[in-house]
Design a protein around this ligand. Structure first.
Ligand SMILES: [Zn+2]
Length: 227
């Protein structure tokens, strides 16, 4: 039987101290196990770094930039402590679920705690919807389309303001406060610019495969996560 911690066992002497050290800063051209970890975490977050081959090449660089953009970080392609933190690497001993945080939402008029995560343009969606959206965002990017989010999760006061504007005749149709699926974190307004645009056509062709469907006949920008 092996002793509990054999200093000659490379798996013990190499990986345990490394897991507690500050994560290495990675950039294009980096190679090795840390790059494999990076590639796996990017893929788990819905981005496309290519095969987890431990080589930080163009596809990994592009996935890192997409991820940084999605998280509101500077998209410089360098993986330092902020990017590692957003990827959910243990920082300071606290297990992270990838940056999700709990907020007060509403589902069909009933208050509910929901966990939201970031999508591009500084918005949030319920975490499962955010992972799917970020995956869709990366796929659109590789097809030459940049999806822009105009509205994602909304707080009660945000929905109240939109509803008031709608009632005043100064805003778009808005659901009664408490009853918008934006308050449940599953609705996302994408800046499609009308049904004739390449962005709309991309969404119409691909959104369903990521779980997003249109639910409001008069609002081509409004999509909901209903996988
Ligand atoms: Zn909407």
């Amino acid at each position: 039987m092996l002793p509990k911690s054999d200093p000659h066992d490379p798996a013990v002497s190499a990986s345990r101290p490394a897991a507690r050290a500050a994560p290495p800063t990675l950039r294009r051209g980096a190679k090795g196990p840390s790059v494999v970890t990076l590639q796996k975490k990017l893929a788990a977050a819905g981005f496309s770094p290519g095969a987890a081959d431990g080589e930080f090449g163009d596809r990994t660089l592009s996935a890192v930039k997409d991820f940084q953009h999605a998280k509101g970080l500077t998209p410089d392609g360098e993986v330092g402590s902020k990017t590692w933190g957003a990827l959910g690497r243990k920082v300071g001993g606290r297990p992270s679920s990838g940056g999700g945080h709990s907020v007060s939402g509403y589902v069909k008029g009933v208050p509910r705690r929901i966990t939201v995560s970031s999508v591009p343009n500084g918005k949030d969606l319920r975490s499962d919807a955010a992972v799917a959206y970020n995956r869709m965002y990366a796929a659109a990017r590789s097809g030459g389309i940049t999806l822009k989010v105009n509205s994602g999760f909304r707080t009660m006061s945000e929905q109240q303001a939109l509803y008031k504007a709608y009632k005043n005749g100064t805003g778009n149709l808005a659901a009664r406060p408490g009853f918008s699926n934006h308050q449940g974190g599953i609705a996302v307004d994408v800046d499609v610019g009308g049904t004739g645009t390449s962005t709309y056509k991309w969404m119409a062709a691909h959104a369903k495969s990521f779980g997003f469907v249109r639910t409001e006949p008069s609002e081509p920008w409004h999509w909901e996560f209903k996988p």
